[in-house]
Write a protein that binds this ligand. Structure first.
Ligand code: SF4
Length: 323
């Protein structure tokens, strides 16, 4: 199943305190592929995930599953949708009941109306699918490691047989030593089951490892979308270049001006380009680039394979270090 977000917007609050956390976001995730959504904390990427699975209401735009509109709260809270789309969260501990054994948690996730024996057999299959021993079914969440708990969370998501899985910072809470094995598991499951992933992370290296296409998000908007290889070989948006250069590398000192400051207040985004107060090639370094503070570059983004929302994208320099 494919997942498409068309001009998706999500708003929180009212009046002067209203925040547009997700602002006209377009993302296409073809069946059986992974699109990585990357950006700083607070940029709105987790809100995209929550909107997709119906945890927050949609203020505008559309969510399409295989071309079918599932934007309404009713559609996203239906059993049919829940069987098609599942989510795995950052912290598996919070999504597992500490007083319920892993076997019971898996059986609970299965569709109602199954015979006890069938539920038991499916739970056993799921635990095997995520690489855990059958003995894990009798354990409780606190008796498992963080990596094992995340495998259980993946098994729970798989139990209903979804086509699309939204993965929100799924390795961020894990030790570096086990992150790779969970990512490899996800890749194997995708290959074997034909799953479609929306993979959300602040970590460029995991996004690079997992994704066919990457969408870069800044202050509620997508600023660049392109196939992964191209993003790292020839990023066009200054924010993407800044993110790539912010990854520390030995023997490769930064030569380009960095992104300055923090994310602006989303209740009061800067006029023109939202990156303009921080942009290393924008008006704070190049006073001749006044257009950045007056005209919104989102308007010039075309629906091409490599989309960039920047007035000067074609003239944006490549990263100064090998990536
Ligand atoms: S439009 Fe201007 S401020 Fe915005 S990213 Fe491009 S160069 Fe920087």
């Amino acid at each position: 199943m494919s997942l498409q977000l068309r001009q998706l917007s999500v708003r929180y609050g009212r009046g002067r305190n209203a925040i547009t956390a997700v602002d006209h976001v377009d993302i296409d995730v073809p069946k059986g592929t992974t699109v990585g959504l990357v950006g700083e904390s607070g940029c709105g990427k987790s809100t995209v995930a929550r909107a997709v699975i119906g945890l927050v209401p949609v203020a505008g735009g559309q969510i399409l599953l295989d071309g079918k509109d599932v934007t309404s709260d009713r559609a996203r809270n239906s059993n049919v949708f829940r069987r098609s789309v599942q989510m795995v969260f950052q912290d598996p501990y919070s999504s597992l009941n500490p007083r319920m054994s892993i076997g019971s948690a898996l059986k609970e996730a299965l569709a109602h109306g199954r015979a006890a024996e069938e539920s038991r057999r499916t739970a056993a299959e799921m635990i095997e699918l995520v690489g855990l021993p059958q003995s894990a079914l009798k354990r409780y969440p606190h008796q498992l490691s963080g990596g094992q708990r995340q495998r259980v969370a993946i098994a729970r998501a798989l139990a209903v047989g979804p086509d699309v899985i939204v993965l929100d910072e799924v390795t961020s809470a894990l030790d570096v030593s086990v992150q790779g094995s969970v990512l490899n598991l996800l890749r194997t499951l995708q290959r074997d089951l034909g799953l479609t992933y929306l993979f959300i992370s602040h970590d460029l290296s995991t996004v690079r490892y997992m994704s066919d296409v990457v969408a870069v998000m800044y202050l509620g908007r997508i600023v660049e979308t392109t196939p992964t290889l191209e993003l790292f070989a020839a990023p066009q948006h200054p924010y993407t270049v800044g993110l790539i250069e912010s990854v520390p590398r030995l023997n490769h000192p930064r030569v380009r001006a960095p992104l300055v400051g923090d994310l602006p207040d989303p209740r009061n985004p800067p006029p023109g380009c939202r990156l303009s107060p921080r942009c290393p090639v924008g008006p704070i370094h190049r006073p001749d680039r006044k257009i950045c503070t007056t005209e919104d570059p989102q308007a010039i983004t075309e629906l091409t394979v490599h989309r960039t929302a920047c007035h000067f994208a074609a003239r944006t320099a490549q990263p100064s270090v090998p990536v």
